[in-house]
Design a protein around this ligand. Structure first.
Ligand code: SAH
Ligand code: SF4
Ligand code: F3S
Length: 446
């Protein structure tokens, strides 16, 4: 009998939500006695935490999976797990395509990995994709960083954006209680973490599903209330939150961000398109005027706030003129960072069935033009840091230069400076910015 510990490897695709789920699943595996293997080809258990937001994300999973399925032919005791959003979308069908898989588990089942794996070890092939109430997890996540951490506050999404697969795969909104969130944050504070990002696909929906309303009919537990409730957690210096939805973004929230010193002046608010007709076809529920108003309100109270967003080009039916409205918005607002993508039709979403799809050529042309503008604007935005003194929370050594450390400004700009990581990890250092590139900065500590 082989008594050496079984080793596991997790590969994570997709968004921060998936990364946070992977950290919790890694915690569960380590609790069961598994040890991390850096090399997937030496692992006895492989877990793919998958993403299906665009077709290329999904295809990547199949190519990785194919390789490990082949390896399993020579190593029959290899355990293969597909978790996350492709698992939820494909379910049983995935088994037909890759019969070597032992366990298929949707995102709502992440905290149940231990139980599900026990069923696998008892000899079953398991598919866990039915909707469940997400239980609080009692094991400690194995987190990537020791300085910054993600904390889920709401799972799922009740919106129905016509391009988006997330509601199908992540299920309905489920908020964690303020007490559970605060308890996790306090534990992080005790462990030496300094920065926490609160996570939700539509974080402005936080608390809508929790009981209780105020006398004026407002929900008792909103994101704003949550920020007030957790901002004094000991040891934590910085708070961020993502992702915001323009339809639900409130003035109260902006005021709270200004008022609460730990909340960073950094907002991630995807607009998707700068054209009202397209926004309507996407069922986003706001206009570009409303979006601009939100940014104006933020900048009125916090002139230096950094703004990031997501945008989609070549949504079905998008004309050149409508695309130019997106360029115009990007040009006028000046984002610090923008994640861009060409529209990708997704199974089970309304827009995928429309007959006004845009050609691949036009997609890549528009994506290129938008990316070019984004880089130009980000470079402009970066310039404002030159000569300024910024507070950098040091996270790690610069992977490209061991004499330097790296961290982020409150506005989330990556910043490098000379220093010793063992002395500086987790410290907030005042750094004078001497060099500004589009998406990163360099400076000298003062
Ligand atoms: N909940 C967030 C984002 C969810 S997905 C929000 O409401 O904004 C992350 C990003 O992927 C989206 O903001 C969108 O820009 C992009 N995306 C989602 N579906 C897509 C699709 N079918 N094709 C291309 N990009 C897509
Ligand atoms: Fe998708 Fe829209 Fe929900 Fe964001 S708000 S996750 S884009 S359905
Ligand atoms: Fe991808 Fe699922 Fe996140 S589809 S973007 S991993 S919610």
């Amino acid at each position: 009998m082989n008594l050496s510990p079984r080793r596991y490897h997790i590969t994570t695709f997709g968004c921060q939500m998936n990364k946070a789920d992977s950290e919790r699943m890694a915690g569960i595996l380590e609790n069961m006695g598994f040890q991390w293997s850096e090399d997937p080809n030496e692992a006895d258990l492989i877990l793919y935490n998958t993403c299906t937001i665009r077709d290329n994300a999904e295809q990547k999973v199949y190519s990785y999976l194919g390789r490990q399925a082949k390896r399993k032919q020579h190593k029959p005791d290899l355990t293969l797990i597909v978790a996350g959003c492709v698992a939820q979308q494909e379910g049983e069908q995935l088994l037909r395509r890759v019969p070597e898989v032992d366990l298929i588990m949707g995102p709502q089942h992440a905290n149940r990995l231990g139980d599900l794996l026990q069923q696998v070890f008892d000899g079953s092939q398991v598919v866990a994709t039915e909707p469940v109430h997400i239980m609080e997890d009692i094991t400690k996540p194995r987190r990537e960083s020791h300085i910054t951490a993600w904390v889920n506050v709401i799972y799922g999404c009740n919106e129905r954006c016509t391009y988006c697969v997330v509601p199908n795969v992540r299920g309905i909104e489920q908020s964690r209680t303020p007490d559970a969130i605060r308890a996790e944050m306090e534990e992080l504070g005790r462990q030496g973490y300094k920065e926490i990002t609160l996570l939700g696909q539509n974080i402005d929906a936080y608390g809508r599903d929790l009981p209780g309303v105020t006398e004026t009919g407002r929900h008792l537990h909103t994101l704003t209330d949550l920020l007030y409730y957790v901002h004094d957690v000991e040891g934590i210096d910085r708070l961020r939150f993502a992702t915001s939805h323009p339809r639900y973004f409130t003035e109260r929230l902006i005021k709270a961000c200004q008022e609460l010193p730990k909340v960073c002046e950094h907002f991630h608010i995807p607009f998707q398109s700068g054209d009202n007709e397209i926004l309507k076809a996407m069922k986003r529920g706001y206009t570009h005027e409303r979006y601009r108003q939100i940014i104006d309100n933020i900048r009125e109270l916090m002139p230096d706030a950094s703004i990031s967003a997501d945008a989609i080009v070549a949504f079905p039916g998008e004309t050149e003129e409508q695309f130019e409205n997106t360029l115009k918005l990007v040009d006028e607002i000046g984002f610090d960072q923008l994640n861009t993508a060409a529209y990708s039709p997704r199974p089970g979403t309304p827009a995928a069935l429309w007959d006004n799809q845009v050609s691949e050529e036009v997609k890549s042309d528009r994506l290129q033009r938008l990316n070019h503008l984004v880089a130009t604007k980000a470079a402009e935005r970066s310039q404002r840091y030159l000569g300024r003194v910024e507070e950098i929370l040091v996270e790690e050594v610069n992977p490209k230069d061991a004499t330097q450390v790296m961290g982020r400004t409150r506005g989330n700009r990556l910043t490098f400076f000379t220093g010793n990581i063992d002395e500086l990890r987790g410290k907030s250092v005042k750094v004078k910015i001497t060099e500004a590139r589009p998406f990163s900065l360099s400076g000298v500590p003062i």
